[in-house]
Write a protein that binds this ligand. Structure first.
Ligand code: GLU
Length: 421
């Protein structure tokens, strides 16, 4: 196979291609197979022009990347972020493909995004943006084609508007067009906290493997959005871990004796930042990543563990709740230093797994309680965790490649059975 260059200046899509290429090489796949897997099946760029509350007209760029449909309808969230880009959405759609295959749910991978700053928009503006996005994409999404969901800065209310817009266009009920819906509209119990819950199941298993006692284990969390904030609560409640530092986009807070996640949440809700929390010292995001701890959880955006800082990490486990937080160069350093990585598309697969449960429950019109959802989630996550770690051992490689080998193998099998390869 041709050699791909490894540099820290690559965009996220090139990084996802390097990871795929490395996995294909380990699996002794032909170059043709790599080529059949390294681009989305379909990529759409759209433009949304809308009237803002202040009377001005604004135009937004949006995307949907449908990466692979061999294993089922494509699945993946929609991110609203000022730094969204075509390359990022393509990378995230690839990771969704590997994520669904790694945890063995019958779905393909997709991702969407809009370049915007939702924090600065009113509810009315958010609703118009959501409805317009669906108007532009209604022809290429659908319950058996591509099923969106929430991601960075999108939430159940936005999913409700999107579902309603799709149903209005189709002139029929079609709740299975989207997941992460509010409960009264066919959402699943536990969906909101499922990404963090799935990650917690993986952390529990990893702790057994490296013989780490979770009771009192020191945890550092980078990012305090949905995944990070719920992780802080779950790890404290379920395992009595001690959260010693947390950060958000404005900075970090640290207390060696532990931060109460509930107090952090109240502070964040009141002032929209963690910075300023009583009894905690301020630190920068860079300092936070290098703190001595047992478990480091990147739970924000991509490219935070790189060639520049990986050597300085001082933890036993990196549990990647964010998508794409570690670059390939960062990966090599973590592996050399024997830091146990729970790779992103395994660690954060709880969200899409409960999305899948939401689809199943919706089809049967029979809804489970939270306990049933989490029992089923535990089963899926623990099995995927075990097979990832075992595969990594079998191939004498690190866990990310273990997860890739399983996922790519399953997608290639499905493509071959369909006669695509
Ligand atoms: N956005 C989540 C993810 O990155 C969930 C996707 C889904 O539920 O479809 O996994």
């Amino acid at each position: 196979m041709e050699k791909l260059k490894d540099s820290e200046n690559l965009d996220p899509f090139q990084i996802s291609q390097i990871q795929l290429y490395t996995a294909c090489k380990l699996m002794s796949c032909d170059r043709e197979i790599y080529k059949a897997l390294n681009q989305p099946e379909r990529f759409v760029e759209i433009k949304i022009t809308m009237r803002m509350d202040n009377g001005s007209l604004q135009t937004f760029k949006g995307f949907r990347s449908q990466y692979n449909s061999a294993r089922g309808p494509m699945k993946g969230g929609i991110r609203w972020h000022p730094d969204e880009s075509a390359a990022l959405v393509k990378a995230l759609s690839a990771w969704m493909t590997w994520k669904c295959a790694c945890v063995d749910i019958p779905l393909g991978g997709a991702k969407g995004g809009i370049i915007c700053t939702p924090k600065e928009m009113s509810n009315r503006e958010l609703e118009i943006l959501a409805r317009n996005y669906i108007r532009k994409l209604a022809d290429i999404i659908g319950p058996s084609i591509d099923v969106p969901a929430p991601d960075v800065y999108t939430n159940p209310q936005i999913m409700a508007w999107m579902m309603d817009e799709y149903e209005t266009i189709m002139r029929k009920h079609a709740p299975a067009v989207i997941t992460g819906k509010p409960l009264p509209l066919g959402g699943s119990a536990g969906r909101l906290i499922s990404t963090a819950k799935g990650g917690a199941f993986c952390i529990r298993e990893a702790a057994k493997d490296i013989e780490l006692n979770l009771n009192g284990a020191k945890v550092v969390i980078q990012g305090f959005g949905n995944a990070g904030s719920w992780a802080s609560k779950i790890l404290t409640q379920d395992f009595n871990c001690k959260i010693i530092a947390i950060s958000d986009s404005k900075g970090g807070i640290y207390n060696k004796d532990g931060i109460d996640p509930n107090k952090a949440l109240v502070q964040k809700e009141k002032t929209s930042t963690l910075v300023g929390l009583k009894d905690a010292q301020m630190i920068t995001n860079e300092e936070l990543l290098e703190l001595e701890c047992d478990i480091l959880i990147p739970a924000a955006l991509e490219n935070v563990i790189t060639r520049k800082n990986a050597e300085k990490l001082n933890c036993k486990i990196v549990a990647e709740l964010a998508n794409g937080p570690t670059t390939p160069a960062g990966d090599q350093i973590l592996s050399k230093n024997e830091i146990f990585v729970i790779p992103d598309f395994l660690c954060n697969a709880g969200g899409v797994t409960v999305s899948y449960f939401e689809m199943v429950q919706g089809y049967y019109q029979y809804f489970w309680d939270e306990k049933e959802v989490f029992t089923a989630l535990d089963r899926v996550m623990t099995k995927a965790y075990r097979s990832t770690v075992d595969k990594a051992k079998e191939y004498n490689t690190h866990n990310r490649m273990g997860a890739y080998i399983i996922a790519v193998g399953r997608v290639v099998d499905a493509m071959q059975l369909r006669g695509w390869l």
